[in-house]
Write a protein that binds this ligand. Structure first.
Ligand code: BLA
Length: 735
């Protein structure tokens, strides 16, 4: 491309193309709501208010309404029949949300029409007219539909039943429930079809098949009817609205012409007529009910309203079923949390809680393995790689941008050093459980080599003809199989939400665990400090670097020194008669952890030299972890006392170690237990609150969606009833 060509392409791609002028580079932004034309099975009039003069009309108005000429520029009063009289009671209604339907008579001789009225935001009153069909009593269908939908206790059942209900109501050749994933790709999850048709159930279609702008429109206009793909669009006259100076906003027009690109798509598919209803759940276009017919087909207003009602009821039920699922995940999390807290108070160890019921940890995310990396511990359940590899994954997670949830379905593709782990850890979903690097709760999924079946090649959504205007969506809907390797089953938004919730809960419990430990350690330390400090038996305690943490009064008085003179083990040799030997022995103690046991002489200030028994030992937490050093000096003149004191001290150290080994639960005294219970109880309450608030952000939205959905349903019912009453009054033949 030349620089010029480049710019043009870019400009084209950025501009929002007018209706019918989109090609595949810019169809995402085609202004489908500004169609400027209608399908020929009805008539559209735009009248100004309050004088009700017709300012725009579809070109077929005169002929279809049985008038001598186009009504443009005339008051609707002049249209023979009772249209004007019928719409009068509606004029105080804003009519913005949903077209309002009435029955009326037009022409001479009079024909009966269904009229749908609404006001576009920019002004004017839009009146769409279509010939009424014989009245049909829909109340039984609606009643059965609502009862069936409300009784469905799974999504699969709900969608199957709804497709069946719809098939009974409108008898299209094919009824599909089409669900969108987080990327906007769609999958046919339920289907009712004529036996001769090939099944579409389970097929996927790429997000590009339905542009974003159309999806936005479908949230406002919940039902679309295409009567015949081979129709000739009827233009609006004039094309530009005299009110706004713009093309008419046809978002809520049921007669709106469909995008030619989509018409071509349907022709490629061999479809002749469609009815599509939106499933809007929590403000999101969750999916569509798409109905195909293989010959032209019209559905009258009242039946369309019943379809819309069914879709709305279904959406409410979907919201309920999904909240229930979410509620279940929350329940699992809370159970896990309770078990962890209980395990801490029982055994001082949260790990057993995870061991106890591994399924509870794996199930909410449908993971095959999980691991908790916390301090020096790794706790795992299910299928997991080795400890070193888990640590390496922890390090990889540390290198990722820090987020509440870090997830990938293809760890081995992100970092080839993990490629070999694909059988256990292709998918990783992790939440940090503290601010310390390397501390994560993570879930794992194996590689799932699988074939996704698309309804047509998703990489070739487009067929480019010789003529640039001949661009059209792909012509072939032959099934296209995609082999996906090195990738696990994808993590859904629901998985990430569950992970986050569980992560927050576990982080809360672990923080609580650390806090309790700190309190107990602090308490123990204070008690020890007091006991050691009060002891006459000389002792010094040093940390693992040799810094003196504590010397007691006995030690200080034996050496005739104050604690400020003894800051480090290296300060001690000067107090020994044989300073060189002491230096060597203490050096060995610090560096190679060799105990120094033996007799010696200390220079006790001006009191001369005192014979002492020396016991200087390293204290190990485990074979490779040094805690520090204990240096005891026993005045040999008082050996007896010394012996007993050392025994006592050893007892205490031992007790402390026993405590450590057993965890703080078992070895702790009643006070500790009480403290623990209070802290645990308090934290439990807080944790419960956190678990509850974790989703509060979603609750108003979900409730609001259900509320609007229910009010729409009520409104539709009202419209249906009104309409049925009109029909009854006009005493039209029953079907
Ligand atoms: C609209 N495309 C749609 C709609 C569906 C599909 C359901 C909504 C139609 C309606 O609500 O009446 C796609 N239809 C499907 C799929 C199935 C089906 C996947 O039955 C599966 C069984 N379409 C393309 C490409 C473009 C495109 C490549 O495939 C653009 C480059 C455009 N699709 C397109 C447009 C619309 C559309 C512009 C809006 C039609 C309108 O409302 O005017």
């Amino acid at each position: 491309l030349t620089a010029d060509g480049d710019t043009t392409a870019k400009e084209r791609a950025l501009a929002a193309p007018a209706f019918g002028e989109a090609d595949l580079s810019n169809c995402e932004r085609e202004q489908v709501h500004l169609a400027g034309s209608i399908q020929p099975h009805g008539v559209l009039l735009v009248v100004s208010e309050p004088d009700h003069v017709v300012i725009q009309a579809s070109a077929n108005a005169a002929e279809a309404l049985g008038l001598l000429d186009m009504p443009l520029g005339r008051s609707i009063n002049e249209i023979p029949g009772d249209l004007c009289q019928r719409i009068r009671p509606l004029l105080d209604d804003p009519l913005l949300r949903m077209p309002h339907g009435i029955r009326c008579l037009i022409g001479n001789p009079a024909l009966d029409f269904d009229a749908l009225l609404h006001r576009p935001v920019a002004g004017g009153l839009v009146i769409e007219l279509e010939r009424s069909s014989p009245a049909r009593d829909l109340s039984k269908d609606v009643d059965r539909a609502i009862r069936t939908i409300v009784a469905s206790d799974s999504l699969a059942m709900l969608c199957d039943e709804s497709a069946r209900l719809l098939k009974a109501l409108i008898a299209y050749d094919r009824i599909m429930v089409y669900r969108f994933d987080d990327n906007g790709h769609g999958e046919v999850i339920a289907e009712q079809r004529a036996p001769t048709l090939e099944p579409f159930l389970g097929l996927r279609y790429p997000a590009s098949d339905i542009p974003q702008i159309a999806r936005e429109l479908y949230k406002r206009n919940r039902i679309r009817l295409l009567v015949d793909v081979d129709y000739t669009p009827v233009p609006l006259l004039p094309a530009i609205s005299p009110i706004t100076g713009q093309p008419l906003d046809m978002s809520l027009c049921f007669l709106r012409s469909m995008s030619p690109i989509h018409i071509q798509y349907l022709k490629n598919m061999g479809v002749a007529a469609t009815l599509v209803a939106s499933l809007v759940v929590a403000g999101r276009l969750w999916g569509l009910i798409a109905c195909h017919h293989y010959s032209p087909r019209h559905v009258p207003y009242a039946t369309r309203a019943a379809c819309e009602l069914l879709a709305e009821t279904m959406a409410t039920r979907i919201a309920a079923l999904e909240s229930f699922q979410q509620g279940n995940a929350e329940l699992t999390v809370r159970h896990l949390e309770q078990r962890m807290v209980a395990a801490i108070s029982r055994a001082g160890d949260w790990r057993s809680a995870i061991w106890e019921n591994p399924k509870a940890l794996l199930q909410p995310l449908e993971a095959t393995g999980a691991a908790l990396l916390f301090r020096h511990d790794i706790v795992t359940v299910g299928e997991v790689p080795g400890t070193g590899e888990l640590r390496a994954i922890g390090e990889w997670l540390d290198r990722q941008r820090r987020r509440p949830v870090i997830a990938t379905p293809c760890l081995g593709l992100e970092d080839p050093s993990f490629a070999a782990l694909k059988d256990v850890a292709s998918g990783v979903c992790a939440v940090p459980v503290s601010s310390t690097p390397g501390e994560y709760l993570m879930w794992l999924r194996p590689e799932q080599v699988r074939t996704i079946t698309w309804g047509g090649d998703p990489t070739k959504p487009v067929v480019v003809g010789n003529d640039p205007a001949d661009l059209s969506p792909r012509r072939s809907f032959a099934q296209w199989h995609q082999l996906v390797e090195g990738t696990s089953h994808p993590w859904t938004q629901a998985d990430l939400a569950a992970a986050r919730l569980m992560g927050e809960t576990v982080a809360g419990v672990l923080l609580q665990f650390r806090s309790v430990r700190m309190l107990i350690a602090q308490d123990q330390l204070n008690a020890l400090r007091q006991q050691i400090g009060a002891s006459e038996l000389p002792v010094a305690i040093a940390d693992r670097r040799g810094t003196i943490l504590l010397t007691n009064a006995g030690f200080e008085s034996l050496l005739g020194a104050s604690s400020s003179q003894i800051r480090h083990v290296d300060d001690l040799p000067q107090f020994f008669a044989d300073a060189d030997e002491a230096r060597q022995r203490l050096h060995d103690l610090l560096t190679i952890r060799r105990s120094w046991r033996g007799a010696g002489l200390v220079k006790a200030g001006n009191a001369g030299e005192t014979p002492v028994q020396i016991a200087a030992d390293p204290v190990m937490a485990s074979a490779d972890r040094l805690l520090g050093f204990i240096i005891q000096l026993t005045d040999l003149g008082e050996r007896k006392a010394a012996d007993s004191a050392r025994l006592r001290f050893q007892d205490e150290v031992l007790a402390q170690h026993r405590l450590k080994l057993a965890g703080f639960g078992a070895g702790a005294n009643p006070f500790h237990r009480k403290l623990l219970a209070a802290v645990v109880g308090n934290a439990q309450l807080a944790a419960f609150e956190i678990a509850h608030t974790a989703d509060v952000a979603r609750i108003p939205e979900s409730l609001e969606s259900v509320r609007t959905s229910v009010s729409r349903t009520a409104e539709l019912l009202e419209l249906l009833m009104e309409h049925a009453e009109f029909a009854a009054r006009q005493n039209l033949p029953k079907h």
